[in-house]
Design a protein around this ligand. Sequence first.
Ligand code: PMP
Length: 376
Amino acid sequence: MIYLDNAATCKPYLELLDLFNEIEKDYFANAQSYHQLGLLSLEHLKKARKKILTSLNISQTHLAIFLSSATEANNLALKGYALKYQKRGKHIILSNIEHPSVIETCLQLKEEFGFELTFLEVNEQGMINLDDLKKALKKSTILVSIMAVNNETGSINLINEIAALVHQKSLAAFHVDVTQAIGKIHLNYQNIDMFSFSGHKINGLKGSGALVIRKNISLLPLLSGGQQEYGFRSATSSVALASTLAEAVVISLEKMKKNLAHVKTLNNLLHEHLSKRKDIKINSPSNGSPFIFNFSLLNKKASVVVEALSNEQIYVSSFSACQSNNKGFSYVVKALGRTELEAQNTIRVSFDYNSTKEDVLAFLKAFENIIERIKG
Ligand code: PMP
């Protein structure tokens, strides 16, 4: 089996499965219970929170809210903030290639709660333009949400510059979806007011995620109840999942430099082979995250090719598994200036630390055979 769909989800580190078992076995008590076992569980929860914040150099300024996924984190950040501070203004700025969990959330805020949205367009590299952002900021802007790394193409935004601009020119909070960036590329988290991510994109466990917010920020909770997670997300905390998430962050940050260099060589290898083909258009920008390589087939159906690869147990994806528009093409690739047909026939190959040169060569060999074999 050759798994090259790591932007969708990764295989967890085995040591994290062990850690999950260990914590769930020995510290299963409710972290809010006042007996000794409860207090021990609470210690593990606090340790996990501290690990995340310390490893990102933001322990003095931010706090971490444990959640189930990046989808939940994006929902809580955007709805929680917008509804809490709506008296200050009802304008939100986002890019037009955000993940559906950001776009759909903002559309809901517009349709159900009367917020005004400005969608910033991206250039061919998938980056927003700082002048466009500057022009879009106004007195009523309370939130700006721009992703660090796009999940389909790997395009990277200039998060430091965007943060500086938002903070200089407005009172808006700056939210960043760092799901495809954390532990993979360098980011300065101090400049960001709120950021979302999940464990399973960094070889952690599915069902774990977090929203990290500046300490002075408040949110309208989406789940009310027993006041867990600073009152922002009620429900009994999973100490075991929180612990694996913290560990996944620590491991991926520790190994980031090495993994980045390794994955770059794999990306270069793919690029070298595929850029020679006239029947392909590469969608991932050369300055993007090397973990993601996206291209369009110009005269074959990507869904057919992906299925044929899957029959050989080689796993990649066609356009994003979580499409919001159901139009049958990738709105992300289309936004880069591609045609609808090109945006329909995209293939995404995505790596993790575990991917090998042999995986890439096997993919290329199978891909070339399939292209020869199948009709349009
Ligand atoms: N944001 C981005 C950029 C993503 O890639 C994903 C996962 N496709 C999400 C949010 C949602 O993550 P989760 O599956 O953890 O809800």
